[in-house]
Structure formats: C-alpha cells, structure tokens
Design a protein around this ligand. Structure first.
Ligand SMILES: [Zn+2]
Length: 418
C-alpha cells in the first residue's frame, strides 16, 4: 500500500546541513530530490508553518496567522498565544472553524487514519488535525479519531532526548506495526537548542546531529519496510530557519510613545509579536490611525519590509478585518561568534505573551529564517537538485498526488515532475 512519511527538523537552516553536522541529510540532498530554492511562509513561526504544511495553503487561506494572534472575543482586540492547548477551540468560537482548509489528516482519512507525533508546542501539534480525523500524539494529550483521548500518550520532554524516545516509538509502533497512509514526525531539534544557544555553536551543531540521526532511524525503517522504494514517499524538511537575535524591541512601547496606542494594554492598536516580525491590528475606532502609522513605521530603525493593503496578500496574509500592517523586523548579514550569518531584531511583548530566549529566533522574512530545507525521495520525483520555487505549501499536494487523492482547495502544487 502506498504511504507517505514526513520528518520535520524544526528550525534547521538549509545552510547548516553539511557532512560533518548532518551526514544523513547531506547525503539525502545529493541522492534524493533536493529543493534548493525552498522557502517558508510569513510569518515564519512554527504554528503557522505547521498549518501550511498540513493544509497546503498560505495563512490567508488556512487562517492561523502566527504564534500569537489578535482576536476579539467581545471585549475588544486582544493578543493570544496560539501555542496553548485550547487555542484552536478559541479560534473556532470566534471564527466558526479552527482552520479554514482541511488538513492532510482529514484528506487521507479515506485510506486510513494518519498519525502525527510531535515534540514542539501543543498548538503546533494539534493544528495538524483540529477536526479529529486521525491520531495526534503530544505530551499535552494524545487523541485518536473523533478527538478521543488516548491512554498511551507521549510522555516526553522538549529536546533531543524526548525526540529520540518519540522517534523510536514512531519507527516501531507507527511505521512497522500500523503503517498509516500518512505519518509525520515533528522533532523539537534543532529549534529548541537554537533558541537557547548560539547558532553554529557546538551545542547547536550537536542538536542538528541528533535530529539528523533521527532522520536516519526513520529512513532505515522505511527502507526495511519498502526495500525498492516503490510505495513510500519519504520527505524530510524544516518549517523555517533561524536568525541570530540582534536586539529586542518592544513595539507596544514604541507605539505608545509615538501616540498611536493609548496604553500598553489598550485594545485600540494591538500587536501580535511573531519573533522577528509583528502583525498590527487596529480596532474600527482606531482605523483612521493606519495612514499615520504607515508613514511613521518606515522611519523606525527596527522596521524592515512592511506590508499593508495589497502587499498583505502577496505575503500570504488576509485582508479586511482588523489586520492592517505586517512588518518583518530589520536585520543584517553579520556573522555571530561561530561564523553563522544573519541577525534580526525581534519583537518582544512586555505584557507577557511568550518570553524570548536570547539566541536564535525566527518569524520574519530574514534571509536565513526563510531558508528551510526539503528533500524528497519518491517515485515520480527525479533525483538531484530542483531549482523550482518550492515552498511549504507544496508538500501537501505532493503527498496527495503520491497517494492518488484529490488536489483541490490548495494554494500549493505537487512537486512531482518539477
Ligand atoms: Zn522556534
């Protein structure tokens, strides 16, 4: 029976894959199909990227707009973390659906239940299957079809040790015994270590090596179960890359100082920080401030590329509603102490949200955070480098084509024959 297996190495920059650090992925890049111009989505946060991989759609289409999102639950605009286990239910109450597009879990259900094992945030795990079509294993709670809680949860911690435990179980229990039509393993490394240690440091490179070893374990299992490689699509990718944090900027504070926002916790102008980018919402009463903010923002030293109006659509964001401006924060191409290039300012929210550790970060359009990697080994996809403009949204249609399923209501296109 045909099947697809995807391994995601969260935050692994394409330029940090080499024979010394990640030998399996380096070899796959030579021996399988490698997509050299592969790009992420905006914002380049894990939850948004996970939704884009799962739905084959950009954020404007699937509706999950970042690691944090501004919603109005009746008491005015407020910023919420999309990482919390209950966030998708919150989104469903406000907008009527968790995601506006079906996920791979829903799309493959006619062939059998899909399985995800994830060691990143709960929000980024549950976004693969908000409707409960298949299986989702996560330390915050594991669920089967119909969102029925599973007794055999995933009792692991973020980091390489938890990734190893999860991978062993994924290989023996999911791939060998259950053989689902679509199985996805989402590793927490090297994202976890990249946030907490300098990019390219011995610790960060070791974490990349641990992720690479888990890719090797999955590949070895796939090769053993399907020796000729005729039935199985195997893909490994990252959701985004990382930049080194240059400086932390409190956008709420800047907006209050400039007179655009009444106070740090006011609901007139509300910022959804996304690491190295931010999305700005304006209440109907404050909408007349948008032109002035758009005139002020480009003059600020923390502002990189800015989107409003039609440009929001080009960035893959929805138009209309209260979302009016997106900004990718400024950066440069300077190397850090370990010679790894690319620094960016990050948006920090003084009122909580999620505190930012001090090393790697992502979320914007920076050169290296927009350089995830993708390798695929499947019948119908030629080996070697592909220079086509592939992105995260092309993974789902590629898997659907391999499985012989309909490729409708997708923003991406199958990379087969690319
Ligand atoms: Zn991250």
């Amino acid at each position: 029976m045909k099947g697809a297996v995807l391994v995601v190495c969260d935050s692994l920059r394409a330029d940090l894959i080499d024979d010394a650090t990640a030998p399996t992925l380096a070899r796959l890049r030579r021996e399988a199909a490698s997509f050299t111009a592969f790009r992420g989505v905006f914002p380049s946060t894990t939850r948004t990227s996970a939704a884009s991989i799962a739905t084959g759609s950009r954020p404007a289409s699937h509706g999950l707009l970042g690691n944090t999102m501004v919603l109005d639950e009746g008491a005015g605009l407020k910023c919420y973390s999309a990482g919390k286990p209950d966030f998708l239910e919150r989104l469903r109450r406000v907008t009527g659906r968790a995601l506006h597009r079906p996920t791979l879990h829903e799309r493959v259900a006619s062939l059998g239940p899909a399985v995800l094992m994830s060691n990143v945030s709960p929000g980024a795990a549950y976004v693969h299957d908000p409707e409960g079509a298949g299986y989702v294993y996560h330390r915050s709670g594991s669920f089967g079809p119909g969102r029925a809680p599973l007794a055999d949860g995933l009792d692991i911690r973020v980091g390489a040790d938890g990734d190893d435990t999860m991978t062993a179980r994924f290989c023996s229990e999911i791939l060998e015994q259950r053989r689902p039509p679509y199985a996805v393993l989402w590793l927490s490394e090297p994202d976890h270590t990249g946030h907490h240690t300098p990019l390219g440091s011995p610790e960060h490179r070791a974490a990349i090596g641990r992720a690479d070893a888990n890719v090797a374990r999955v590949l070895e299992t796939v090769d053993r179960l399907d020796p000729g490689g005729k039935e199985t699509l195997f893909a490994a990718c990252s959701d985004h890359g990382m930049q080194t944090i240059r400086r932390k900027v409190d956008l709420d504070e800047r907006l209050v100082e400039a007179g655009f926002k009444a106070s740090l916790d006011s609901s007139d102008v509300v910022v959804a920080p996304q690491g190295t980018s931010a999305i700005l919402h304006f209440s109907p009463a404050a909408a007349d401030r948008i032109p002035a903010v758009l005139a002020w923002l480009p003059k600020q030293d923390f502002a990189g590329e800015i989107a409003s109006g039609e440009t929001l659509s080009q960035w893959g964001l929805p138009r209309g509603g209260t979302l009016a401006i997106a900004v990718s924060l400024a950066g440069d191409d300077e190397p850090n102490a370990f010679g790894v290039r690319g620094r960016s300012d990050v948006a920090e929210n003084a009122l909580g949200g999620e505190s930012l550790p001090g090393h790697g970060q992502h979320g914007g359009l920076g050169r290296y955070e927009q350089r995830p990697f993708l390798v695929i080994r499947a019948p119908g996809i030629a080996h070697g480098s592909h220079f086509t403009n592939a992105s995260l949204v092309d993974i789902a249609p590629t898997i659907l084509r391999h499985l012989g399923l309909a490729e409708d209501t997708l923003d991406g296109r199958a990379l087969t024959g690319a």
